[in-house]
Design a protein. Structure first.
Lengths: 407, 271
């Protein structure tokens, strides 16, 4: 009887161990699957055509032009490039004339266009024949039958245009502009600014609260800081928009207060409670025996803190720092409201910037599923993942070296 | 006791979920949002149930294509590519005009400029004009605010006022009309555009002219009789196969009572 009873207890323990193991591995597998999904969706972008789906760019059949970059297409349709010579093509008349679907009534009386648009292919062919300098942006369906113009094959979106492009206009017609440099730079500037503000402040408050504050002060301080961690990010964003932005505008005498600095300050305020709470708990967990041994050997309070307490709790402090940085980089709503979201490469922190989380939040709802814009946003997510991973690895490496130095 | 608690929880859950199952879902434009909410409230008093969410016209139409909403509210016409996606998803959209809206161009109340032509507006938003002194104001840099690219207001402004030219890169994109009003109120050189229903005393509306001679202010009368040029239709899109389910609500919106709500919210009734 006794042997059976022991067996039952052992069985239940083994069951719990098995469940925990399974949940651990299931969690890890799910995380890996999410990351793989992110990258696989993103890579689909580079198989998509430069021109918006369902449309083509056509020119007169005698036009020698072969290839256009997305940037050139945008400038042509924005009437910033006006002659064919600028594109390197020799066309009679030289003047570029842009044709969109809505412009057709300017060349053909509306009565002659059929109700169901069935004679549009002939109409478009004729307009192109009559105007040698014309470039047309029309739906593909209208160029399938009896088309006498030349359809340009502009290839797929390539790495250079995406990672090296300087303009982000995902809904521009005819060619979407997916240049990520301004957005990545914006993210890096805002995040690094936030980390520079939050880290020193956070560690200082943690050390004060753990080591130097009196019991009364500590009793009040800790709940307040933990309360700050619970405030929703939209509230921080609103606070930033109404208080911090005009403050920055007045202090630095700027034209507009929505800047990267406003974003950094708001992010720092949001990351602070995380860093403080975790670092402080880590510092408090230093055994009294170690601190008292150091004091007994003749070190004063500051030397104890710097040489004994901090190195002992470095792994906890690192954890707090990593979580705080993660919050700073990934925060979406607050940044969306205060940085101005202008996709321009910033040269100082006092200019409007656009960050990756804000871009994804603002645009993913609209992007048609499976389209180029949708996949471009996934690639942005991949870039954010890689940035966060690199920063976390750096922080872990620094703490690892410190730990080894102490040992 | 434990069983009783479970039963109570299940009943509570059922009570919450069941109305949601039969509710009509409207999703999309933030411009149409206040109107849809008032209509849904009034329709609710008659016994129906309608839930309304915003997000932008693009968000609403994407939800219609995915099948996660019954009606998509939009402040712009459906794009050709969206129509094609809808077709390949096996759905066919029906368009209903429920109201008209005027788009007001607004500046900071301290700005001396009170009127602009369409060409000047296009040059300001594409970045050709950068200082207020170029259009008759003080020597102050123009700070341009706009909605995000998922907004129907953004698209309409681009098509009709900027004649399809792209905005300049340094335009500040705000996530909602409320944020635009807040930012323009506190920035001296600011200019932006908002729907007529969002216009209030905190910002100054500018008179606009398309022909260079007649400058008209954005008021309800001017939009109704056609003298104010920046007017657009507000639309509901729905899948034809679901017309039986959505018709009662649509008839309510187009009825005398529904159109009166349109006037009260600040838009222009269609009937």
């Amino acid at each position: 009887m006794k042997k059976m009873f022991r067996g039952k207890k052992y069985f239940i323990e083994a069951l719990w161990e098995g469940l925990l193991k399974i949940s651990g591995s299931v969690t890890s597998i799910i995380i890996i699957l999410i990351v793989l999904f992110l990258f696989s969706e993103g890579m689909g972008l580079f198989k998509k055509n430069v021109i918006e789906e369902g449309y083509v760019i056509a020119v007169n059949k005698n036009n020698p032009i072969k290839d256009l970059t997305p940037q050139q297409i945008k400038d042509v349709f924005d009437v910033k490039i006006e002659t064919w010579k600028e594109l390197g093509a020799d066309v009679s008349g030289n003047q570029i004339v842009v044709l969109r679907l809505d412009d057709i009534p300017n060349y053909f009386p509306e009565e002659e266009i059929a109700e169901d648009m069935s004679n549009l292919p002939q109409i478009i062919s004729q307009i192109l024949d009559d105007n040698p300098g014309m470039i047309a942006f029309v739906p593909k369906d209208f160029t399938q039958t009896n088309f006498t113009g030349k359809i340009l094959d502009l290839g797929n979106i390539n790495f250079k245009d995406f990672f090296g492009g300087k303009e982000w206009f995902p809904t521009a017609q005819p060619a979407h502009q997916f240049g990520v440099i301004p957005i990545v730079m914006g993210t890096l500037w805002v995040s690094l600014g936030a980390i520079l503000i939050a880290l020193p402040f956070g560690l200082a408050v943690a050390i004060y609260s753990a080591e130097l504050a009196s019991k009364a002060v500590h009793k009040v301080l800790k709940p307040i800081i933990e309360l700050l961690a619970g405030i929703p990010s939209v509230v921080y964003g609103f606070f930033g928009l109404v208080v911090i932005v005009p403050l920055i505008q007045k202090t630095f005498n700027l034209d507009v207060g929505e800047t990267g600095l406003a974003g950094s300050i708001v992010l720092a305020i949001m990351a602070l409670p995380t860093i403080i709470t975790i670092a402080e708990d880590a510092l408090r967990s230093t055994p009294r025996a170690m601190k008292e041994a150091s004091l007994a050997l003749g070190a004063n309070k500051w030397q104890t803190i710097v040489k004994v307490t901090i190195p002992y709790s470095i792994s906890g402090i690192t954890a707090g720092v990593v979580l705080g940085i993660g919050r700073a980089i990934g925060e979406t709503m607050a940044v969306l409201m205060v940085t101005g979201n202008a996709a321009v490469i910033p040269h100082t922190l006092l200019e409007p910037v656009r960050t990756i989380p804000a871009t994804i939040a603002a645009e993913l709802g609209e992007a048609p599923k499976g389209g180029a814009h949708y996949e471009a946003l996934f690639v942005l997510g991949c870039i954010l993942f890689v940035i966060t991973l690199l920063i976390n690895l750096t922080v872990e490496y620094i703490s690892y070296r410190n730990k080894n130095k102490v040992a | 006791m434990k069983n009783l608690r479970k039963i109570a929880l299940a009943i509570a859950l059922a009570l919450v979920v069941t109305p949601m199952l039969n509710a009509q879902k409207i999703k999309g434009s933030d411009t149409v949002l206040p109107l849809s909410q008032k209509e849904a409230e009034a329709y609710g008093k008659k016994g129906g149930k309608v839930t309304v969410t915003g997000g932008g016209s693009g968000v609403g139409i994407a939800a219609l294509i995915d099948g996660t909403t019954d009606i998509a509210q939009a402040s712009r016409k459906m794009k050709f590519s969206e129509r094609q996606k809808l077709q390949s998803a096996g759905k066919q959209a029906k368009e209903v005009v429920i109201a008209m809206d005027a788009l007001a161009v607004v500046v900071n109340p301290n700005n001396k400029v009170s009127q602009l032509t369409r060409q000047q507006l296009e040059d300001i938003f594409t970045g050709k004009i950068t200082n207020w002194k170029q259009v008759g104001g003080e020597d102050l840099k123009i700070v341009v605010y706009s909605r995000e690219s998922s907004s129907g207001t953004y698209e309409f402004f681009k098509e009709h006022v900027m004649k399809n030219k792209n905005y300049m890169s340094s335009v500040l994109s705000m996530p909602a009309t409320g944020a635009i009003i807040q930012s323009i109120k506190q920035t001296k050189g600011a200019i932006g555009y908002v729907g007529l229903a969002y216009l209030n005393k905190e910002v100054k509306a500018i008179k606009v002219s398309y022909d260079g001679k007649n400058f008209v202010a954005p008021t309800l009368e001017a939009s109704k009789n056609g003298t104010y040029p920046i007017v657009r239709p507000l639309l509901y899109y729905y899948d034809i196969r679901k017309s039986k389910a959505v018709t009662p609500f649509l008839n309510f919106v187009l009825s005398k009572e529904g159109q009166k709500i349109v006037s009260n919210v600040g838009y222009i009734p269609v009937k």
